[in-house]
Design a protein around this ligand. Structure first.
Ligand code: AN0
Ligand code: CP
Length: 317
């Protein structure tokens, strides 16, 4: 594996899932693979899980880790080419990426959607610029349109908890007052498509995702109907893709409660976290036996380890 930006960089999903599960059983089996190599983690946005799990996974593989909060620890970065830099950004990505590429053997980046200009967000400029100028493998720690390390952890979690050969997996939109990106939902769909699952997506009208990510997922606008017989309920809020970045409704009836979970086939509840309790999901679900959110978050370490291992094998080859 060279870069890890999206599912397109994965040649064998089953191998990656198995590698994650093996890392969980034996975290230090490859503890010398990253020896004398450095990974830089660059955060343009906040993080708890991604920051710590990726750092931990890299350490398990013997990598040195540098973590940087862009714009706080370092200078603000200009991404556009040919501009007069008379604004707040003190450094251009051309220099910053080239220099980071000299210090680091792998660069991992988190840079969320700004939710103002859809074409701009979906062009993924930050990642394209780092890929172009850093000349080392780039790892996606959540970009404007995707969160693939989360999706791999989700695949691992579903693999661990599936009872049926082909479980029904329902991605449901949840109510929230803030505009959040589509990245987690997009990516979840992108990774569920090749899995042996029945993928159903439910959300209010106006919240349709980019069809490129939906793939063979079935869209049902009636949440109760969609939840019928579900084995896994995957909750997430996202802002509108068509009315880009807008919050069209905060309808509280979309919150996941025990009554909603009762419609499923003793389904399990998943969410990438962070989440606001009793806005998106009721305490009774999160604190009850159906919630997988802690297991799911713990699996972020193993998804990161599986990906970093593939990249290191590529670098060492
Ligand atoms: C982010 C999002 O929705 O993309 C990160 C999720 C992992 N969530 C928030 O900003 C609350
Ligand atoms: N799920 C996830 O990526 O969490 P953080 O934003 O805390 O990293």
């Amino acid at each position: 594996m060279k870069h890890f930006l999206s599912f397109a960089d994965v040649s064998d999903l089953n191998h990656l899932i198995t590698s994650g599960i093996e890392a969980k059983r034996n975290p230090f089996a490859d503890e010398t693979l990253g020896k004398h190599k450095t990974i830089g983690l660059m955060f343009f946005n906040s993080s708890l899980r991604t920051r710590i799990s990726t750092q931990k996974a890299a350490t398990n593989l013997g990598l040195n880790v540098i973590v940087m909060n862009v714009g706080q620890d370092s200078w603000g970065l200009e991404m556009e080419e040919g501009v007069v830099m008379n604004g707040t950004k003190a450094e251009h990505v051309k220099e910053a990426a080239a220099i980071m590429g000299r210090y680091c053997n792998i660069i991992a980046i988190r840079s969320f959607a700004e939710l103002e200009d859809r074409d701009k967000d979906y062009a993924e400029m930050v990642f394209q610029q780092f890929k172009k100028y850093a000349e080392v493998p780039i790892v996606n720690l959540e970009s404007a349109t995707r969160h693939p390390l989360q999706s791999l952890a989700d695949c691992i979690t579903i693999e661990e908890f599936r009872i049926k050969e082909r479980p029904k997996v329902v991605l449901t939109w949840l109510p929230h007052f803030k505009a959040l990106p589509q990245a987690v939902a997009n990516s979840f769909c992108e990774w569920m498509n090749p899995m042996n699952v029945e993928l159903v997506i439910t959300h209010p009208e106006g919240y349709d995702l980019d069809p490129k990510f939906v793939g063979k997922g079935q869209v049902i606008y009636d949440q109760d109907k969609a939840l019928e017989g579900a084995d896994f309920v995957y909750g997430k809020n996202w802002s509108s893709y068509t009315h880009y970045g807008q919050v069209l409704t905060q309808d509280p009836s979309w919150m996941i409660t025990e009554a909603k979970m009762a419609l499923t086939d003793t389904g399990k509840f998943m969410h990438c976290l962070p989440l606001r309790r009793n806005m998106k999901v009721a305490d009774e679900v999160l604190d009850g036996p159906r919630s997988l959110v802690i297991e799911q978050a713990a699996n972020r370490e193993w998804s990161a380890q599986a990906v970093l291992k593939e990249i290191l094998l590529g670098l060492n080859a």
